[in-house]
Design a protein around this ligand. Structure first.
Ligand code: CLF
Ligand code: SF4
Length: 528
C-alpha cells in the first residue's frame, strides 16, 4: 500500500458496505475474467439474477454501463447541465466535454434543468429502451449541484422508471452524499486515476477547494482524500459506485492495479479502465506534450492484471456529455431543442414497460443460446485446449451479429475459448461504406483497429474488403448472420479448431491493434 492510501480509515464502514462487498465477491466469482460456466457471462457486473441479491439486480439489470449484457439492449442518455469544474486534469480542455465520462468533443447544447427534463421525456417517448439518465458534464456534475439536483428531482417526479446516474471527479462528493441519496441517485461514477498524490500531481495541476486554489502534491493529496472518503460514504449508504480510471502510459499504468485494489476495499461495484485520449488538436496538456495513449494490448494487459480485484467494466465508449442511445451510437442530433419543440411527446409508462419486457425475453434467449453453444464445445487433437482468440463483431444491438461490414463504426471484441465467449472491448473504425460504395482507403485503418483478431463476424461483406481482410490474416465470416453474438463466436471457434485439427489451416498468433483516438459521434459523422 502506498503512503497515500493510509489517509483514509477504511475500517469503519457500516453493514451495508459489508453487504456490497459480499455481492462483489459473488459477482467477481462468476463474472469478469472467470472462465465461467454456462450462463455466467462476461465482464462488468454481468452476473445474472442468481448471482446477486434481488435489490442489486434491480439496479443493474437494465443499466447499460453497470451490466455488459444490458448494454446490448438498453440505452442511456446524458444531459449537459453541468458546465463548471473545480479541478484541472491534464487530459481535459475546458472547451470540450469532461473526459471523465466523455471524449473531448464539443457539447452541442448546454441545457437548463427544465430543458433537460423536457429532453429526457422526449427521448423516453421515442426510445423506450432508454432506461438511464446520466449527468456527466461537460464539467463536473457536483461542481454544479443546483443544476444537477434540480434536474434529478424533477425527473424523479415525472419519470419514476428512469434510473438516475451521475459522474464526478469526487472533490465535492463527501458534501453531496445526502443529496445523492435524497434524490434516489442509485449509481455514481467517481474518476479515480491514482491513490498516491505523487502520481496524482502528474495528472492534476490544480484543484479549487474551500474557496482556495491548491497546486502540485497538496492538490492531489486533497483530491485523493476526498475521493476515498466519498467512495466510502456512498458504499455505506448503499449507492452503487463505479470507478473510472484513465490509463496514462508511463504515469499510472501499473499504478492502476493498486487503484483497483484500493477501490475494491472501499466497496466499489465496478472499475472501468479507459484509454487516454490525447490528440494534439484537442489542446490538452497531454495532447500538446505528446503524452500517448495505450495500445489495445497495453490496455488489455492492465485490465487483465486487475483480475480478481474490483470487477471490471470493459464496454465503456467514453461517450459525450450529451450522448443519447445505445452505448456506441449517438442519436443526440435527433433530439435538439428545436426538434423536441416539434415533437408530440407522450411519456407512456405502460408502453415503456411492455417494450422492456420484450427486451428482457430477448436477453434471456441470448444467455440460453450461449449456454447451448458452450455445452457443445469439444476438445480437438493437436489444438491447445486453453487457446484463446479474439474475434471482432459487427452489431447494431439486440446482442446479435446483425450489421454489414461496411456499416460498422465500431467492432465489439470478444475473447473466445473452449470455456467462454467474453466481451473484452470495442474498436472504433472509420465507416467503410460511404454513400453506397466501399471506400478502400478506409480498409488499412480498419485492419489496424482489429489486427489482434483472428476473425470478423458480420451479417454481410463485399468481395473487396473480404479479400483484403483475408490477405491481412483476418477471416471474414458471414455464416452466422443474425445469430446471437456469443453463440456465433463459439460456433466459429469450434469450426476454427476443427480446421486446425484437420490440418486445413495452421494456427498463428496475431499482433497488437491500434486504439483510435476520439469517439464515434453520430452528430460529427453527419456533419462531416
Ligand atoms: Fe452516463 Fe456514466 Fe452513468 Fe453510464 S456513461 S453517467 S455510468 S449513464 Fe457509461 Fe459512457 Fe462509459 Fe460513462 S459508457 S462514458 S461508463
Ligand atoms: Fe475536465 Fe472533467 Fe477533469 Fe473537470 S473533472 S478538468 S471537466 S476531465
Amino acid at each position: 500500500m502506498s503512503q497515500a492510501t493510509a489517509y483514509v480509515d477504511a475500517s469503519n464502514l457500516s453493514k451495508s458496505r459489508q453487504a456490497v462487498s459480499q455481492i462483489l465477491e459473488t459477482v467477481a466469482a462468476g463474472g469478469c475474467s472467470s472462465t465461467g460456466g454456462a450462463g455466467k457471462s462476461s465482464c462488468g457486473s454481468s452476473g445474472g439474477p442468481d448471482d446477486m441479491p434481488a435489490e442489486i439486480w434491480e439496479k443493474v439489470k437494465n443499466h447499460p454501463c453497470y451490466s455488459e449484457e444490458a448494454h446490448h439492449h438498453y440505452a442511456r442518455m446524458h444531459v449537459a447541465v453541468a458546465p463548471a469544474c473545480n479541478i484541472q486534469c491534464n487530459y481535459c480542455n475546458r472547451k470540450y466535454d469532461c473526459s471523465n465520462e466523455s471524449r473531448p468533443g464539443v457539447v452541442s447544447q448546454k441545457l437548463t434543468p427544465d430543458q433537460a427534463v423536457k429532453k429526457v421525456l422526449a427521448v423516453a417517448s421515442e426510445i423506450p429502451q432508454m432506461t438511464v439518465l446520466g449527468i456527466a458534464g461537460p464539467g463536473d456534475s457536483l461542481a454544479n449541484p443546483k443544476k444537477t439536483f434540480d434536474t434529478m428531482r424533477m425527473l424523479h417526479e415525472q419519470a419514476p422508471d428512469i434510473k438516475l446516474c451521475l459522474s464526478t471527479n469526487g472533490l465535492a462528493l463527501p458534501d453531496q452524499v445526502d443529496e445523492i441519496v435524497k434524490y434516489n441517485i442509485d449509481h455514481v461514477t467517481i474518476t479515480i486515476n491514482m491513490v498516491d498524490p505523487a502520481v496524482g500531481e502528474k495528472i492534476y495541476p490544480w484543484i479549487f477547494y474551500n474557496h482556495k486554489r491548491y497546486t502540485g502534491y497538496e492538490a492531489a493529496k486533497i483530491l485523493h482524500e476526498r475521493q476515498m472518503q466519498g467512495l466510502e460514504m456512498l458504499t455505506a449508504r448503499g449507492v452503487l459506485t463505479k470507478i473510472n480510471s484513465v490509463l496514462i502510459p508511463g504515469i499510472n499504468d501499473e499504478h492502476l492495479i493498486e487503484v483497483n485494489r484500493e477501490v475494491k476495499k472501499r466497496g466499489a461495484f465496478l472499475h472501468n479502465i479507459m484509454p487516454l485520449i490525447s490528440e494534439a488538436e484537442h489542446g490538452t496538456v497531454f495532447g500538446l506534450t505528446g503524452q500517448r495513449g495505450p495500445t489495445a494490448q497495453e490496455l488489455k494487459a492492465v485490465q487483465d492484471a486487475c483480475a480478481g480485484g474490483a470487477n471490471l467494466m470493459r464496454h465503456c465508449r467514453q461517450c459525450r456529455a450529451d450522448a443519447v442511445g445505445l452505448l456506441g451510437e449517438d442519436r443526440s442530433e435527433e433530439f435538439t431543442l428545436d426538434k423536441i419543440d416539434e415533437m408530440d411527446v407522450v411519456y407512456d409508462l405502460d408502453k415503456r414497460r411492455a417494450y422492456q419486457e420484450q427486451v428482457e425475453a430477448e436477453r434471456q434467449a441470448q444467455v440460453a443460446a450461449k449456454s447451448e453453444a458452450l455445452a457443445a464445445q469439444a476438445t480437438h487433437a493437436g489444438v491447445d485446449p486453453d487457446m484463446k482468440l479474439l474475434v471482432a463483431v459487427a452489431t447494431e444491438g439486440h446482442g446479435k451479429v446483425n450489421q454489414h461490414f461496411g456499416h460498422a463504426t465500431e467492432f465489439q471484441i470478444f475473447e473466445v475459448s473452449r470455456g467462454e465467449a467474453l466481451f473484452v472491448g470495442h474498436r472504433r473504425v472509420d465507416l467503410y461504406c460511404q454513400g453506397g460504395y466501399g471506400e478502400d482507403e478506409q480498409l488499412p485503418s480498419i485492419v489496424k483497429a482489429i489486427n489482434d483478431c483472428h476473425a470478423v463476424l458480420v451479417s454481410k461483406i463485399g468481395a473487396c474488403p473480404r479479400d483484403e481482410l483475408k490477405a491481412a490474416g483476418i477471416e471474414p465470416v458471414d455464416a452466422y448472420a443474425h445469430e446471437f453474438i456469443e453463440k456465433a463466436a463459439l460456433s466459429w471457434f469450434a469450426d476454427y479448431c476443427d480446421r486446425v485439427a484437420r490440418g486445413d489451416i495452421v494456427h498463428q498468433a496475431r499482433g497488437d491493434a491500434h486504439i483510435r483516438q476520439g469517439a464515434f459521434s453520430g452528430a460529427a459523422e453527419k456533419a462531416a
